[in-house]
Every structure is written in structure tokens, then in C-alpha cells.
Design a binder for this molecule. Structure first.
Ligand code: ATP
Ligand code: MG
Length: 415
């Protein structure tokens, strides 16, 4: 079975938006395993172009996944074009209209006629609820092809796709074995080392199986993904458990979690489980650790204080770093970050204190402390652990890596 993805929008063809929707959808279809993506097409918000792209896709693919152009404005044409193609009228979907009315009433907004445009679908289409937005998703048949329409906004598209489109395609492909995937999240080890350590993994842990292994770098993390196909769900779980045990045995402390949650979520869970609290003293990360920590819902349960002490005088005045320490070792030193970590912990009265200081570059390095040198320390009531790394990357990479090391050290001390 062949699939085609059609993304619609002037912003795509002008180069203003990177077409991440195609990549996401293609990934999901590939994982499903029941079809292969033959074409990725993008087109402008032009009636004839959209009609042409859809007609052509339906002519050569059995599954067509479309994103974009479901918005409320005049340049959002997808519903009209799709309706015209199959020879029906657009009609208002009452469920999404009700939701819109409730939402707008609560926010005290007036519904304008173009808002109503957004809750229309072609008459007779199978409708999918958009739980992250206003525009419904829907499915049509054109010739022998099934066409699935989703909004362009990634947050809406991804949820709709996972909640409705992927299961629906699975249903259409009934008889094909179910696809299951699991992700292990690694930090502190490069992709090539992960690959090396996992040589022969599947032969050992899933002999004779059809499991496949994939790596995905989301700097500074490496994600290890395994996909299995199995008609029997319990057997699929058992296979994934066996593979997972082997992954963990080979990557040991570098695996910090599974699934979608990153390091900050893992830290949040660990702190919450212990009823422990956290304070941060940041220098070169400039508040990035605080940002990552507060991206997690519920951070107020454990996160108390962050101080960005960039200047040496501020490290002394706010965090109690000793002038002699700075004199003898400099700000980018184990001694300094340990004093920062202890200082902020004492100041906030928390269980854990973090100190980070480094040279993010591109200038400011020396032979002894090259650009990309970062010291990280985490202080608890009983000890202070430190770590130093040198990473020859860009300024933002060095900051991101430093922030993740800080979180990793907190996690290690907390579990
Ligand atoms: P809505 O659901 O709000 O009606 P829409 O279906 O009309 O959205 P568009 O107006 O085409 O979607 O796009 C909305 C925004 O979503 C764009 O400004 C763009 O930032 C983002 N977007 C659209 N298509 C893509 C894509 N293929 N990849 C990544 N982002 C996209
Ligand atoms: Mg658009």
C-alpha cells in the first residue's frame, strides 16, 4: 500500500515554515509498517493547486494524508476544495461548533462568520475530533483512495493524528499485524557509542523476531527506538520487555527514562517522589536550567529559586562564593560551582542546590580552559558532586549540554 502526504500552505512554499508535519506523519506511517510513503507534496494556498495535488495523490496512492488550510480565513480553502472534488457541499459540524461557542463564550469573544467557516466539513465525511483546536479533522473517499484531512498547526495535527488517524488506518489495514514501539532515552553518551553498544541487540533479545532498531538524536539526548510487529499484544509487550532489559543492561546509567518525558520531567518525578526541593545558581546557562525545569507542569511543588549570577561580583554577593576561590581557581572551576551550589541551597533552604559555570564561547577560552569547558555541581545535605566536560560545539549547544548535565546530576543524587 502506498501513501502520499500533502501539506498545504503559502508559508511552506515560501520557506517561512519548515514542513515538520510531513516528517511527523511519514514517521507514523512508517512505524505502522502497513504502508510505505511514496510521495511528499507541498502546495500553495491556491484553489487549483490544492485540487490538483489532491487529485493526483488520490490517483496514485491508496492513503492520502493532508495537513493545512483548515483555518477560519479566506485563504484556508481545503474544506471547499475537498468538498468540490467529491461533489458535496460543506456543512457545519455541530459538535465542533458547540465546542467553539462554549469556548468563545467563556473568553467573552464574539463568533464571526469566518469562525464558522472553520468548523465545516464536506457533507458525509467521517469526522475526527480535534482536541487541541477548533477545526475538525475528517476523512473522504475519492476513487479508491482514503483521504485524511488535518489542521496545519503541529500541536493540533499531531494529537489528531495519534488519536484518530493512526488507529483508523490501522483499522483499514486490519489483518496487518499491530505495530508497537518503545523509546529509551539516553544522555551522556554519543550516538556512535550507543550504536556500538547495541550491536547484535535484536539477535540476542528478539531472536527470529522482526523487531527493528532506530536512533534519533535530539541534542543532547539520544533516543533509542524499537518497533515490533505482532498480532498478539501480550507477546509484543513481552518482546519489548526483553529487548528493554537488554538495552538497559548495555547502556546502564546512560538510560534515564522511557517514552516522551525528558530529563526535566524525570527530575520532577524524582524530586516529587522524595518530597525534595531544588534551587539553581546559573552562570553560563543564563536561566536555561530554570526554563527547562519550569516547562514541566507541577514544577512549583519542588522548584524554589534560581539565581543567574553572571558576573563574579554577583557570585560573591548573592551566592557567597569566596573571592579567594575565584582568585585561585577562576569562575570556571570545580571549587567555584561547588560554592555556588552550596550557596544557593543554603539561601533557598532546599534539599538540592545546583551550580553551573563555564565558557560557552565562541571566545573566552584558553589553553588550560578551552571554549566549551563547563563545571557543574549539585549539593545536597550530605555531599556535593561535581562534573566537568569540554564540548567543542556552538554556544547554544554548550548551554544545552550544561543544563542537561545539571539535571542528570540532580537525578542521580535523587534516586
Ligand atoms: P487551523 O487549524 O488553525 O485552522 P490551518 O489548518 O489553517 O490551521 P495553516 O493556516 O495552514 O493551518 O497553518 C497554521 C500554522 O501551522 C502555520 O502558520 C505554520 O506555522 C504551521 N504549519 C502549517 N503547516 C505546517 C507544516 N506542514 N509543518 C509545520 N508547521 C506547519
Ligand atoms: Mg495556511
Amino acid at each position: 500500500v502506498l501513501a502520499e502526504i500533502v501539506t498545504i500552505g503559502d508559508e511552506l512554499t515560501r520557506g517561512e515554515t519548515v514542513d515538520t508535519n510531513s516528517a511527523f506523519i511519514a514517521g507514523r506511517l512508517t512505524e505502522l509498517g502497513a504502508c510505505s510513503v511514496g510521495w511528499l507534496t507541498s502546495c500553495r494556498d491556491v484553489r487549483e493547486d490544492i485540487a490538483d495535488a489532491l487529485r493526483r495523490a488520490a490517483g496514485r496512492a491508496q492513503l492520502v494524508l493532508v495537513s493545512g488550510g483548515l483555518g477560519p480565513t479566506e485563504d484556508d480553502l481545503t474544506v471547499d476544495v475537498a468538498s468540490h472534488l467529491v461533489g458535496v457541499e460543506p456543512v457545519v459540524d455541530e459538535a465542533h461548533k458547540d465546542k467553539m461557542e462554549r469556548r468563545f463564550a467563556r473568553a467573552n469573544f464574539k463568533i464571526t462568520p469566518n469562525n464558522i467557516r472553520q468548523v465545516r466539513v464536506p457533507r458525509g465525511a467521517r469526522v475526527f475530533e480535534n482536541r487541541n483546536g477548533m477545526a475538525p479533522g475528517f476523512e473522504l473517499q475519492l476513487g479508491g483512495a482514503h483521504l485524511f484531512f488535518m489542521p496545519g498547526i503541529p500541536r493540533e495535527m499531531t494529537r489528531l493524528c495519534d488519536e484518530h488517524i493512526v488507529p483508523r488506518i490501522g483499522e483499514l489495514m486490519a489483518g496487518a499485524p499491530r505495530v508497537r514501539r518503545r523509546i529509551w532515552r539516553c544522555f551522556g553518551i554519543g550516538e556512535s557509542h550507543v550504536d556500538d553498544r547495541l550491536q547484535g541487540l535484536l539477535a540476542a533479545a528478539d531472536p527470529g523476531g522482526d523487531a527493528s532498531l532506530h536512533f534519533n538524536v535530539q541534542f543532547p539526548e539520544v533516543l533509542v527506538k524499537v518497533i515490533v510487529r505482532d498480532a498478539d499484544d501480550a507477546r509484543a509487550t513481552a518482546r519489548l520487555d526483553r529487548i528493554g532489559a537488554e538495552v538497559r543492561a548495555r547502556l546502564r546509567e546512560h538510560v534515564y527514562g522511557e517514552g516522551d518525558d525528558g530529563l526535566a520531567e524525570a527530575v520532577g518525578r524524582a524530586l516529587t517522589a522524595r518530597g525534595a526541593t531544588l534551587a539553581l545558581a546559573e552562570s553560563c546557562t543564563g536561566g536555561l536550567i530554570g526554563h527547562l525545569v519550569t516547562e514541566v507542569a507541577g514544577a512549583s511543588d519542588y522548584f524554589r529559586l534560581a539565581i543567574v549570577a553572571y558576573a563574579n561580583e554577583e557570585k560573591i554577593a548573592r551566592l557567597g562564593v569566596k573571592p579567594e576561590t575565584l582568585q585561585a581557581h577562576g569562575a570556571v572551576s570545580r571549587e567555584c560551582v561547588e560554592e555556588m551550589a552550596r550557596g544557593v541551597r543554603a539561601l533557598a533552604g532546599t534539599d538540592f542546590g545546583v551550580g553551573v559555570s563555564g565558557i560557552a564561547g565562541p571566545s573566552g577560552g584558553s589553553a588550560e580552559k578551552p571554549v566549551g569547558t563547563v563545571h557543574v555541581a549539585v549539593a545536597s545535605v550530605s555531599e556535593c558532586r561535581a562534573k566537568v566536560f569540554v564540548y567543542p560545539g556552538t554556544r547554544s549547544q554548550v548551554k544545552l549540554l550544561a543544563a542537561h548535565w545539571a539535571l542528570k546530576l540532580v537525578l542521580e543524587q535523587c534516586t
